[in-house]
Ligand binder design. Structure first.
Ligand SMILES: Nc1ncnc2c1ncn2[C@@H]1O[C@H](COP(=O)(O)OP(=O)(O)OP(=O)(O)O)[C@@H](O)[C@H]1O
Ligand SMILES: [Mg+2]
Length: 250
């Protein structure tokens, strides 16, 4: 296990458990997780289906409360916050990318990208718009802004979702299998964009994946099994990480 202590911590979790259901057949999805996510890095979470990856992401992102344990975003403790406070905090400080893109079908790409600002009831300032324009340009969406999701390829839709996630310059982007619905070329492109966000913008990214290609863009790979972390590795080159991942494929 490599020490991460020299890096600022973006998200911390201590003693996290999560049990679904009660009585006869409760499911212990998380069984004691301690984790510090380093700021400015890409952390990949891997592990077989049902190992608790999505549940962990939901808890780290304040989308679901743990059964026990505590979570902090920077200095701010998420556990125990009221729903309204959590909603506001997620909107202002976090970004999300999902396998299913989660774009609103009736809105154009440009409108989907502006959605976080509309939801927050705020205007898009000139400075924010300049940042969004730069991301749109970088992600190759300039020609696609007036299209609706149904008029875009899967890869383009996911790039719109990533642009939306980056638009507010969130402290952390959480991505749950962002390449799961894409062919391998579009998937690699999406991963490269997340990597660029980390390298060029200092963005903290937490990405769940089944795909060893995803893990090879990561600074660190956390492997889960049956609700616990069974492997945690960082500090290698992309090639070393890829080799380690391939050697231990879930
Ligand atoms: N809302 C829920 N109610 C009941 N059980 C749940 C719920 N969500 C998850 N689980 C259970 O918790 C365990 C962990 O699920 P989770 O979705 O976190 O796994 P995962 O690692 O993301 O799997 P996958 O790779 O298939 O997405 C599984 O046994 C799952 O059935
Ligand atoms: Mg999952």
């Amino acid at each position: 296990m490599t020490s991460q202590t020299h890096l600022a911590v973006a998200v911390s979790a201590r003693g996290i458990t999560k049990t679904f259901g009660r009585g006869e057949a409760p499911v212990q999805a998380l069984r004691g997780i301690d984790l510090d996510i380093a700021a400015g890095q890409v952390t990949a979470i891997m592990g077989q289906s049902g190992s608790g990856k999505s549940t962990l992401l939901q808890v780290l992102a304040g989308l679901d409360a743990p059964t026990a344990g505590r979570v902090w975003l920077g200095q701010k403790e998420l556990t125990g916050l009221r729903d309204e406070e959590l909603t506001l905090l997620r909107r202002e400080r976090l970004g999300f990318v999902f396998q299913s893109f989660n774009l609103l079908p009736a809105l154009t790409a440009a409108e989907n990208i502006r959605l976080p600002f509309l939801l927050a009831g705020g205007r898009v300032t000139a400075e924010r718009q300049a940042w969004i324009d730069a991301v749109v340009e970088r992600l190759g969406l300039v020609e696609r802004l007036e299209h609706r999701p149904s008029e875009l390829s899967g890869g383009q839709q996911q790039r719109v979702a990533i642009t939306r996630a980056l638009a507010t310059r969130p402290e952390v982007i959480f991505a749950d299998e962002p390449t799961g619905a894409l062919d391998s070329a579009s998937g690699s492109e999406v991963l490269a964009l997340l990597r660029t966000a980390s390298v060029e913008d200092g963005q903290t990214v937490v990405v769940i994946t089944h795909d060893s290609g995803t893990a090879s863009i990561a600074d660190r790979v956390v492997r889960m099994h049956d609700g616990v972390i069974v492997d945690d590795w960082a500090g290698g080159t992309a090639e070393q990480i890829a080799q380690r991942v391939l050697g231990k494929a879930a």
